[in-house]
Design a protein around this ligand. Structure first.
Ligand code: FAD
Length: 307
């Protein structure tokens, strides 16, 4: 694990550091490595480029943790505009959307978050695509899975995310492992306390494989979100063992991370979906990516001071 992870995650909430990243010489280059741009047009252009490489996308309009109803509405409208633009560009079959409930009102009320997620689901279906609810810190897990359950009564293709670092996740994976249930499995990106999460990377990996087995065995459509070469190999083997063909599960990776591997897997016939963040609120997202890896921290410091 990156020894600077706690420090960087703490800086994710610091506005002075955000200003510095935005204004220092290499800041823009750094942001553009991981973030597709600020506008709907940037997002659509990126989906088109990825599609040219045989890749799919899931789009995240950046922003989270809003306490402001108007800001939640801005986020919903951004997704509606995006879905419309994707449809207009003939790219709906290439892209779905990823939504953080905290960006659409979860901190104000579960009801508001559900209503807003509902509107995005409805627009997505009209455009021939769907939505996945991102998973945030462990205090929101139950609430997010409850919203998912409500959505799925009407929009069965709505997807969820499970984080293998949480002790509870194997149980959640068994519950969500029903035919066709779309579940993204990731390790988890938040700083979580030892009471709820595995602290050791090996335990997180073992949990990842147990959850993958549960999803495959129960007939879910697993979306394996990891850049970890060992896990990519392992879940591929597990999928084959369960008789899954390419297309009956997918790999997911983040925009800007291991792009060669993304293309290699797609060329081998797999569905590969790239998580594409865009929008003006890129700072918290960028900080979580930097916290994941010492090499990224070095890259960050170098980029900030170079032109
Ligand atoms: P790691 O053990 O972090 O990395 C394994 C290897 O992958 C590294 O050695 C390196 O070679 C490569 N690598 C990993 N990260 C980077 C990086 N930042 N830069 C360069 N190389 C890297 N987390 C949530 O909590 N909620 C979500 O909803 C969520 N959605 C996600 C969606 C997608 C599509 C993906 C790919 C991740 C998502 N995550 C989410 C983040 C996830 O939980 C992890 O924090 C992140 O993917 C890093 O874990 P890893 O499995 O790649 O393995």
């Amino acid at each position: 694990m990156n020894p600077l992870r706690p420090l960087i995650l703490a800086a994710a909430g610091n506005d002075t550091i955000r200003q510095a990243v935005a204004t220092l010489p290499g800041g823009r280059t750094l942001v553009s490595r991981f973030v597709a741009g600020e506008t709907t047009a940037d997002a659509v252009r990126t989906v088109r480029e990825l599609a040219g490489d045989g890749l799919h996308a899931t789009l995240d309009y950046l922003g989270e943790d809003t306490h402001d109803k108007d800001q939640a509405e801005v986020t919903v409208l951004a997704y509606l505009e995006l879905l419309d633009a994707l449809h207009g560009a003939g790219l709906s079959d290439r892209a779905e959307v990823s939504v953080k409930l905290s960006a659409v009102g979860q901190l104000l009320s579960d009801r508001l978050a559900l209503d807003n997620a509902w509107r995005i689901c409805a627009a997505a279906e009209q455009c021939g695509t769907t939505l996945t609810l991102d998973m945030e810190d462990h205090r929101t897990t139950t609430g997010t899975l409850d919203v998912l359950e409500e959505l799925r009564h009407t929009w069965p293709s709505a997807g969820a995310v499970l984080q293998s670092y949480l002790h509870r996740t194997e149980r959640d994976a068994r519950k969500l492992a029903t035919a066709g249930s779309r579940v993204r499995l990731c390790k988890g990106a938040y700083a979580e306390p030892a009471e709820v999460a595995f602290g050791d990377g090996h335990d997180v990996d073992l949990s990842y494989v147990r959850c993958a087995n549960a999803l495959l065995e129960g007939g879910a459509y697993p979306m394996f979100a990891t850049h970890d070469p060992r896990l990519v190999e392992l879940v591929g083997e597990r999928a084959r063992w369960y008789g899954r063909q390419p297309g009956e599960f997918e790999y997911q990776m983040l925009y800007g991370i291991r792009p060669d591997e993304q293309r290699r897997l797609a060329e081998a016939g797999h569905v590969v979906r790239v998580y594409v963040p865009y929008g003006e609120q890129w700072y918290g997202y960028l900080m979580r990516r930097l916290a994941e890896r010492p090499a990224n921290t070095a890259f960050f410091l170098h980029a900030l001071v170079s032109r």
